[in-house]
Design a protein around this ligand. Structure first.
Ligand code: SF4
Ligand code: SF4
Length: 425
């Protein structure tokens, strides 16, 4: 439906995908799929309420104030609403537009600006994150993290609480033991991400090993830039496009037929480069080609004949990472893969596809809502009676593991790639 012609033109209309707002028919069927609405029961924290806010802003009927910014900030960008919506509303694109609008037109508090700038200055750059974490490795080696956390300001304490115990060596690991298959096999590249290559590189390496063992030709990516998702989710579209261009160049040069990431948020970001760079003639075609090659690890492994043969007796519950299930529509393949391991019993948790509160850097910038969602997720995991929670996103892994650690739970949280590698040893 076209925009009504009598609405005064406002700069905001150029930021939000204005016409897309009219796809929403206000039916409200998305509300119970929305984690923030489930927690607050406030209409403006539901997808429909936020779309209404976007439209009001775009039409110049309201200004961005603290309240409006707050309702957008609380959105996790989980896209549960997209899966639930019968009208095909492109909520992900709409909220990214709204976030740009907020960043360009709203002045945040000092603490808020500090948090967001710290995240943006450190996380997309693996070498900076490694340098920052180096002293913490020593602290962990002597078991002093609780003592350190006790004397730090609340915000830093909460951030530390989310970090997994650090491995002694945070240098990038060299990929090895990749079985060299036929040279005519499909070439797959694993995009190693930014935070993931520092804090969860085993997931990248095990993804490569599993793909190699399944008969794919694993090619390396040089260099690996942040996918840009953190910037897109925080309203920094310009730097997100810089990262996207760098990745498009490198991914094209890799010659890969398929692109995989152990972090589902990165997979979705790359799958949307075609849209992000559509107005840049120099990149548009390559970006579309790169986006069309994104696959998820479990679907590729499911297509390959090799499977773990060793018995691995345990009860596993699978957590659906938002971007994998709502962004790429992958729900069954990881479960089928897990069920194919002899001895594994899958026990479904309630609301396996409801966000755990991690959502990129959301648990750093919105700790209260993130914690509430983590508690709900942990309750459902405990009730399922599993020995392992398996998932396909390092951010969810840190968030859920932190909540289970706080409870003293023995349930182990393991990335799908690490779990499959463990089961096939
Ligand atoms: S993206 Fe997630 S949190 Fe945001 S409105 Fe949609 S369902 Fe709610
Ligand atoms: S986003 Fe979709 S499900 Fe939600 S109110 Fe609009 S049309 Fe209905």
């Amino acid at each position: 439906m076209a925009a009504p012609s009598l609405i005064p033109l406002n700069p905001a209309r150029g930021v939000s995908d204005y016409d897309l707002l009219f796809d929403c028919v206000h039916c409200g069927l998305c509300a119970e799929a929305c984690p923030t609405y489930i927690v607050t029961r406030c209409e403006m924290d539901s997808p429909r309420g936020r779309i209404y806010l976007m439209k009001s802003l775009a039409e110049g009927r309201i200004e961005i104030d603290d309240d409006a910014a707050r309702h957008f900030d609380l959105c996790l960008g989980c896209r549960g609403c997209e899966t639930a919506c019968p009208s095909g509303v492109h909520y992900g694109r709409l909220i990214e537009g709204a976030r740009l609008l907020v960043e360009q037109n709203h002045r945040r508090s000092f603490v808020d600006r500090f948090k967001r700038r710290a995240v943006g200055a450190i996380f997309p750059y693996p070498h900076r994150l490694r340098m920052l974490l180096a002293p913490l490795k020593l602290v962990d080696r002597f078991g002093l993290r609780p003592a350190l956390a006790a004397v730090l300001p609340r915000m830093i304490h909460d951030w530390l609480d989310l970090l997994p115990p650090l491995e002694p060596d945070l240098r990038p690991l060299a990929a090895k033991a990749i079985i060299a298959p036929r040279t005519d096999a499909s070439a797959v590249v694993v995009h190693r991400g930014c935070v993931a290559q520092v804090l969860a590189n085993s997931e990248n390496l095990n993804s490569e090993r599993l793909l190699g063992a399944a008969g794919y030709r694993v090619v390396q990516l040089e260099p690996t830039s942040c996918c840009g998702a953190l910037d897109l989710h925080s309203g920094n579209g310009s730097r997100a496009r810089d990262f996207a261009r760098a990745n498009v160049r490198a991914l094209k040069a890799s010659g890969a037929d398929a692109i995989v990431s152990a972090a589902s948020g990165c997979s979705v970001a790359i799958a949307e480069y075609g849209d992000l760079l559509k107005d840049e003639p120099e990149f548009a075609e390559d970006a579309r080609a790169v986006s069309s090659k994104v696959r998820d690890l479990s679907s590729l492994l499911l297509d390959a004949p090799a499977r773990p043969k060793r018995e691995f007796r345990c009860r596993v519950t699978y957590h659906d990472a938002c971007h994998l299930v709502h962004g790429l529509g992958v729900r069954e393949a990881p479960r089928k893969l897990l069920a194919s391991i002899p001895g594994v019993t899958i026990v479904e948790m309630t609301d396996s596809d409801l966000c755990c509160g991690s959502a990129g850097s959301y648990n750093l910038t919105e700790p209260a809502m993130a914690r509430d969602l983590a508690r709900r997720k942990a309750d459902n995991i405990v009730a399922a009676g599993a020995d392992y929670v398996v998932l396909a996103n390092p951010g969810c892994e840190f968030q859920i593991a932190a909540e289970l650690r706080r409870r003293g739970s023995k349930i182990k949280v393991v990335h799908l790639a690490d779990f499959l590698a463990m089961a096939s040893q």
